[in-house]
Design a protein around this ligand. Structure first.
Ligand SMILES: Cc1ncc(COP(=O)(O)O)c(C=O)c1O
Length: 340
């Protein structure tokens, strides 16, 4: 059985694991005050061309999103998100638990547009409504779709015009960078804060929160501490990001994930199957007849996503830094055989 279920099935890229082994016996300062965290922060600041950015290492995506809500917003302020946004449907109400309402917008492809922001803003004008203060997007999105530079520019311009904070969930930022016109150095120009996902791109675990806007920086570490996110052994996060960013490993891994997905997407498409939406990143949502899926399921694990009617189901397939290219070719060959 080979799994295309997610991009966190394997533990860590060998270079990341080796870095953890190499630094294992070092006696370091606690709570992220060590030289590896410092080096990793500086590598990231160089990569994004933003020497003034604050960088904080956190252990997971949900934790990072909770902290963005808790640290950046006042109690009466709310977050606009796509209905498919990870914070809305997949984080167990953790944002709401932090006291902030999510104003969810329906989208065909998981992407917010200025029209969505305007809709949410106008709907929440009255005093009895929370203030729509933060816009949350993920890039790539939960549907594998991506925002390009012009789209982010439009959203950010709207946010600035309406005094809103623009926050980008980069759990799969590597994959988005590998298939759009965006580069690392664009991000500080296109939003107020974002995070770089390590967990899904070769790290054992960890995300790097990058805060660009000055007003959002204050007391972030205190917020981390209050939510149990300031790890005593914070060094292990710094070591991993050091390994990913000291050279180009982060993007090499993201390119590999996307390359593997290109093989699957093209192969599945050439056999005439449809997709839920067009997604150029490391996630696709192909639609298969149930009998074909049952045969595929004997050899490959995929995530059952949605019933499409007419005896068809949509599944989610994900590739990662660890995906074996050969298995992508095998999948396409098997699908071809089952499609006859
Ligand atoms: C876009 C996005 N954000 C956040 C998360 C949450 O990450 P974690 O499971 O590390 O909390 C995920 C996880 O799948 C995700 O896809």
């Amino acid at each position: 059985m080979y799994s295309f279920v997610n991009d966190y099935s394997e533990t860590a890229h060998p270079a990341v694991l080796q870095a953890l082994v190499d630094t294992n016996m070092e006696q370091s300062a606690g709570y992220g005050a060590d030289e590896h965290c410092e080096n990793a922060k500086n590598y990231i600041r160089q990569k994004i061309h933003c020497p003034t950015a604050d960088v904080h290492f956190l252990s997971g995506g949900t934790q990072t999103n909770i902290l963005a809500a808790a640290a950046f917003l006042r109690p009466v302020e709310a977050i606009i998100s796509a209905e498919t946004g990870h914070i809305y449907g997949h984080e167990c109400g953790s944002i709401e638990e932090s006291g902030h309402k999510i104003l969810a917008e329906q989208t065909p492809d998981g992407k917010l547009t200025v029209a969505h922001l305007e809709h949410a803003r106008l709907l929440n004008q009255e005093e009895y409504c929370p203030v729509p203060k933060m816009v949350y997007i993920s890039n790539s999105t939960e549907l594998g779709t991506v925002y390009n530079k012009a789209e982010l520019q439009e959203l950010y311009a709207y946010c600035k015009a309406h005094d809103m904070i623009f926050f980008i969930d980069g759990a799969r930022m590597g994959s988005a960078l590998a298939c759009t016109d965006l580069s690392f150095e664009d991000y500080p120009q296109l939003c107020d804060a974002f995070y770089i996902g390590g967990t899904k791109n070769g790290a054992f675990m960890g995300e790097a929160m990058v805060i660009v806007k000055e007003e959002l920086k204050q007391d972030f570490r205190r917020h981390m501490k209050q939510r149990g996110a300031m790890l005593a052994k914070g060094k292990v996060l710094g070591v991993q990001f050091e390994a990913l960013f000291k050279e180009n490993l982060f993007m090499e891994l993201a390119n590999h994930a996307n390359h593997c997905m290109d093989i699957l997407r093209e192969g599945i498409g050439e056999l005439g199957y449809d997709f839920l939406c067009e997604s150029p990143s490391n996630q696709i949502f192909p639609i298969f007849p149930v009998e074909v899926l049952e045969r595929l399921n004997q050899k490959y694990a995929v995530l059952d996503y949605q019933d499409m009617g007419d005896g068809k189901r949509c599944v989610r397939m994900v590739t990662s830094w660890a995906t074996l290219e050969e298995q992508c070719h095998n999948f396409v060959a098997d699908l071809k055989a089952y499609s006859k």
